[in-house]
Design a binder for this molecule. Sequence first.
Ligand SMILES: [Zn+2]
Length: 114
Amino acid sequence: MTRQLNTGPNIQKEKEMVGKMIKLYCRRKHHHTDELCKECQNLKTYAHMRLSLCRFGEEKSACSNCNVHCYKPKYRQKMKTIMRYSGPWMLLYHPVYSVKHLLNKPKKQIKSVE
Ligand SMILES: [Zn+2]
């Protein structure tokens, strides 16, 4: 293997976001307050690995918009459930990034009043 792992800022940010979403889901659904349950920990490790290996690297768009289905079906299903659950919460906590990321719509231009 000669491929380099992604370590750029976008990938790091996405890893962080995925971790937060999984944590939120685990806390509310599995009632694990401090650490993730084994299942969620597994998924997080897997998701981080996929991001490290994403062929688009820093140029990647939202995973939900991607044509390359790099997740194994088992993990993809679980991730979908978590995204659907945690997505709205993320909008609350991290409005700008989440909107951009989850919906991946071009942001409406806000006119500067400077
Ligand atoms: Zn869990």
